[in-house]
Each structure stands twice: as C-alpha cells, then as structure tokens.
Unconditional design. Structure first.
Length: 127
C-alpha cells in the first residue's frame, strides 16, 4: 500500500524553515511553490520514504491554523539516531529530550524546530 499520511505544517517564515529542516534534520527539498511577497504557497520535503508539506502561515487555505504555528508533534524513523541527533544539535536544534534507549527497542530523541514544532527521531519504525 502506498504511503497515505502527509503532515502539513505552517511557518511564519517557511523559506527559513525549509533551509533549517534540511540542515538540521536532513530533509530533502522536493518542491517549493512561491506565494506572494517572497512567501511559500506550498512546499514538499522528503525524509526517507516520508513527505511533509508546508507553507507560509496565512497563505492559501490554512485549514483552521489561524495564526498558530509551532503546535505539531511529528515522529520520523531514522537508521542512526545518534548521527541524526549530532547533526541536529550541530545545526542549533533545541534538544527537548536527549537520546535514550526505550524499553520497546527504539533509540530516540526529540527536538524543537525554529518555530516550536516538536520532532522525535528514532529507530522504531511502525508497521
């Protein structure tokens, strides 16, 4: 079955968020569609087999976001949580929960992005 869940995030400065998500968390830019006045109408970023969509707050249909940003919590499975943690920390990510081994076999950590969304990265990959 193809992947069918694609989180959507809104940022006050989506261009800065895209650059930061690439540098800190290793996302790959798939597409960026310009909005008015240097904003981002829609963008897609890939991490492994997953994709997140994002845009500038207030552009297009905000789907009820209003003026709220930084309220999402996402989980991303990675092969090497230690290396990923080190990359994020070196890029200035605010580490919310340090690397730790979980009872269920995952090794993971959590960090906030530049606008406050919480991201967890770990070796556990849900079926």
């Amino acid at each position: 079955m193809p992947k069918n869940i694609y989180p959507i995030l809104k940022y006050r400065d989506a261009l800065a968020a895209i650059d930061w998500l690439e540098r800190a968390f290793g996302f790959e830019r798939i597409s960026v569609h310009d909005g008015p006045d240097g904003t981002v109408a829609h963008a897609e970023l890939r991490h492994g087999g997953g994709v997140v969509m994002l845009g500038t707050q207030g552009q297009g249909d905000d789907g009820g976001f209003g003026d709220r940003t930084g309220q999402a919590w996402l989980y991303v499975a990675v092969e090497d949580a230690d290396a990923h943690h080190d990359q994020a920390k070196a890029a200035g990510a605010q580490i919310y929960r340090e690397l730790e081994d979980q009872d269920y076999g995952s090794r993971d950590y959590s960090a906030r992005d530049l606008e406050g969304n919480l991201w967890s990265f770990g070796t556990y990959a849900p079926a």
